[in-house]
Design a protein around this ligand. Structure first.
Ligand code: THU
Length: 130
């Protein structure tokens, strides 16, 4: 499944709209139903409106009726491994548990695997339960 998800993420990276940063990202999330949802980063001339690939994929899953996600794969077409930004980690934490597996890969296939809890040990929440 990981290999398949990485291949799909590399494919969807070609749809990235990143004329400003030139940093193209593709993402695939696996939902609890087992279905996969894809996303790419979409930038805007008003830079703050840019959305990351991971959030596009997660929002597609949730808006399709999924309740949670079980795995996230992110790839870049750069030498650097695309560790998800803080905003995306917070969104992941809304729809998963702390064991969520996050796999990130660079253009040359270097790969790193994380659990969400490592990347965002203390997500924001209203109640103080941890
Ligand atoms: N980006 C993502 O799509 N995912 C990340 O995890 C980090 C950054 C995008 C946003 C922007 O289009 C470009 O990468 C440079 O920041």
């Amino acid at each position: 499944m990981n290999k398949k998800m990485i291949d799909i993420a590399r494919e969807v990276l070609n749809n990235a709209y990143a004329p400003y940063s030139k940093y193209r990202v593709g993402a695939v999330v696996e939902a609890s139903s087992g279905k996969l949802y894809t996303g790419c980063n979409i930038e805007n001339m008003s830079f703050g409106l840019t959305i990351c690939a991971e959030r596009v994929a997660i929002f597609k899953a949730i808006s399709s009726g999924e309740k949670s996600i079980t795995k996230v794969v992110i790839v870049s077409d750069d030498d650097s491994i695309p560790i998800p930004c803080g905003a995306c980690l917070q969104v992941m934490s809304e729809f998963s548990n702390r064991d969520l597996e996050v796999i990130a890969s660079s253009k040359d296939g270097k790969l790193e695997r994380f659990r969400l809890v490592e990347l965002l040990p203390n997500p924001f929440r209203f109640d103080k339960e941890r």
